[in-house]
Design a protein around this ligand. Structure first.
Ligand code: SAM
Length: 346
């Protein structure tokens, strides 16, 4: 990626403000997460100094890439500062009240969660207290906490990492106003909100099984008329073949078993036009002893993540290839992996 040159005092100030803000957010999140981790798993061994150095290197590289992509016009510079601090601050009291129950759940065996009566048919694997969320993905309370919780977990970089999935989508949309993009397992809609700012002409679709998350996504996308959100299983999409220019799925494939992961990726292939792309952003898959694997292996020890270990061994590039995609991009992005597959034929 081309380095951006300082153009003006204002521009330099923006960059400094961005870096300082993120370093402060990162440090604050780390302190909060350390306290939570100590309560969930006292005595957990912290990662070694070289692994922490690698994490810090990746953190700084992510910030530089975000700045460079904004400077290259991939998305408006305003997105760099679009941290809804007031909304996060208002979620803090609810989060603190939830903390004792969260820690209690983390010390007990995982119990299946029950879906609301007269709702969709949910796959069995979905009925879990993921991350020790009370009522799993069915909880309005947790859906309201979700964006803040993920930002804390990722040291304030959840939205930054999501932005890394914007350039491959924009490339697929070039010269095609009104083309459709589908976000699979869209959750509370943070990616779609950012994608709309970067590609305002695109028709955005989001699919998720969680009504609670979709309610949050509807609120976040309230002023985007060209956005449709549907409560459906991403393993069996309610769309015709070949109608999307791009599909995305962020931080979701690690939450389902191997077979379901394949059904989701095959469905993405089916609904994409020939030449369309699937952009996957999910947890990094550093092999044991390499990269940041020591940090990744802490994740399922601290949170209820029943499919994470299986996901770690299920190489994303191979998965895309197995489901008919040609892999055109594949790289680590801070604690994530970004993989892009192109559908070559119809
Ligand atoms: C960790 S969240 C990620 C949400 C969002 N993509 C983001 O960037 O934060 C995982 C999401 O996947 C959804 N999900 C899991 N399995 C699903 C399935 N089979 N079909 C649709 N949504 C699913 C959950 O409801 C949840 O909203």
């Amino acid at each position: 990626m081309e380095a951006i040159r300082p153009r003006s005092l204002g521009f330099r100030f923006d960059r400094a403000r961005y870096r300082t803000g993120h370093r402060a957010l990162g440090a604050l999140s780390m302190v909060a997460m350390r306290a939570i981790h100590a309560a969930v798993k006292p005595g957990l061994r912290p990662p070694s100094a070289p692994v922490l150095r690698e994490l810090l290197r990746r953190f700084e590289a992510l910030l530089e890439r975000d700045l460079a992509q904004a400077a290259a016009g991939e998305y408006p510079r305003a997105l760099l500062f679009d941290v809804p601090l007031r909304r996060y601050a208002s979620a803090v009291p609810g989060g603190l009240l939830e903390l004792p129950a969260f820690v209690r759940r983390a010390h007990g065996p995982p119990r299946r969660v029950a879906p609301p009566a007269e709702s969709l048919a949910y796959p069995r694997y979905y009925l879990q207290p993921f991350h020790w969320q009370g009522d799993g993905w069915f909880s309005d309370r947790w859906a309201r906490l979700y964006d803040l919780a993920v930002e804390l977990l990722f040291a304030g970089t959840a939205d930054v990492m999501r932005r890394m999935a914007i350039p491959p989508v924009r490339a697929a949309l070039e010269g095609r106003p009104g083309a459709r993009v589908l976000d699979l397992c869209c959750g509370t809609g943070r990616y779609l909100v950012q994608l709309h700012a970067a590609a305002p002409g695109a028709h955005l679709y989001g699919v998720d099984l969680s009504d609670a998350c979709l309610r949050e996504a509807r609120r976040a996308l309230g002023d985007v008329p060209a956005a449709s959100l549907v409560a459906e299983n991403a393993e069996a999409l309610p769309f015709a073949d070949g109608v999307f220019a791009a599909a995305t799925t962020l931080f979701a494939l690690h939450e389902m078993p191997r077979d379901a992961r394949r059904r989701v990726v095959r469905e993405a292939w089916r609904v994409l036009e020939p030449g369309g792309v699937l952009v996957v952003l999910d947890a990094d898959q550093s092999p044991p002893g390499e990269g940041i694997s020591d940090i990744l292996q802490l994740f399922p020890q601290l949170y209820h993540e029943p499919f994470f270990k299986g996901y770690q061994r299920d190489d994303l590039a191979n998965l895309l290839g197995e489901c008919g995609f040609a892999v055109v991009q594949d790289e680590p992005v801070y604690v994530s992996r970004l993989a892009v597959g192109r559908k070559l034929s119809g």
